[in-house]
Design a protein around this ligand. Structure first.
Ligand SMILES: Nc1ncnc2c1ncn2[C@@H]1O[C@H](COP(=O)(O)OP(=O)(O)OP(=O)(O)O)[C@@H](O)[C@H]1O
Length: 245
């Protein structure tokens, strides 16, 4: 007897996006991502990684294509409605309110989630257990957190929505090596808690260490998709260099 096919947590078909009257920056991307995996999206500077993830989050309207979360088409939904449909997003910058405390940031994150299944005290407890450092200091101003702790708080705020899929845009950007490691460990814990993670990263080595699968984006196109364990540095050098050459 064959197993029934698993519905992808995230499915993207023929996605195209760009800015204003300019050409396409995302030039026709297809992905099916299995539930509870980490897919790392890597590629040279300017290859369209942030544009891709912004389009998934609904901040940029696609010119063509379909985005689905656990089989539900979310392409026409606003960013807020996508969160309600199970697609959460942590932007690269300005992802917490520095002049509010940890507790206030967490409270604000759930303010607009009424009606989303699984949002409530139990989810809050689960998220706090994932980030004990954040849970321990509710009165601390977010602006006084280290870069790594700030990312943890941003992850925690996004996870309060009980998402199926979490989109992370370069969470290691600007962090010292120690904090890069801690942030990547946090991504692993998030995946272990049952969330599917799409991780855009410039730090290729850090991303490869924790990803299940890797997609290499070059000039807005998928130039490679493979299990992380099958990707060699030589493959990557070829792909990244091909763009420059
Ligand atoms: N708001 C914008 N308006 C117009 N063009 C933009 C905008 N944001 C990005 N671009 C252009 O889109 C292209 C891809 O940029 P994007 O930031 O998506 O790439 P990236 O792979 O995330 O790069 P990096 O690794 O440097 O962050 C670049 O040519 C960039 O100049």
């Amino acid at each position: 007897m064959s197993m029934p096919p698993v519905t992808p947590a995230l499915s993207v078909q023929g996605l195209r996006a760009g800015y204003g009257n300019g050409g396409d920056i995302v030039c026709g991307i297809d992905i099916d991502q299995a539930p509870e995996t980490v897919l790392a999206v890597i590629g040279p500077n300017g290859s369209g990684k942030s544009t891709f993830v912004k389009t998934l989050a609904g901040l940029l309207r696609p010119r063509a294509g379909i985005i689905a979360v656990t089989g539900r088409d979310v392409t026409a939904l606003s960013p807020a409605r996508r969160v309600m449909a199970g697609l959460a997003y942590v932007p690269q910058e300005a992802n917490v309110f520095g002049n509010l405390t940890i507790r206030e940031n967490l409270k604000l994150a759930t303010e607009f989630l009424r009606g989303r299944p699984g949002v409530g005290p139990a989810q809050r407890e689960l998220v706090m257990a994932l980030f004990p450092e954040i849970a321990a200091r509710p009165k601390l101003l977010a602006g006084n957190l280290s870069g790594g702790q700030r990312q943890m708080l941003a992850f925690a705020c996004a996870l309060l929505a009980n998402p199926e899929v979490l989109l992370l845009d370069e969470p290691s950007a600007g962090l010292s090596p120690k904090f890069v490691g801690e942030t990547m460990e946090a991504v692993v814990r998030v995946r272990e808690s049952g969330v599917t993670v799409l991780l855009v990263e410039q730090n290729v080595a850090a991303a490869l260490r924790i990803a299940d699968e890797v997609m290499v984006l070059v000039a807005g196109r998928k130039s490679l998709r493979a299990p992380a364990k099958d990707i060699s540095n030589a493959d990557l050098a070829d792909l990244f260099f091909a763009k420059a050459g």
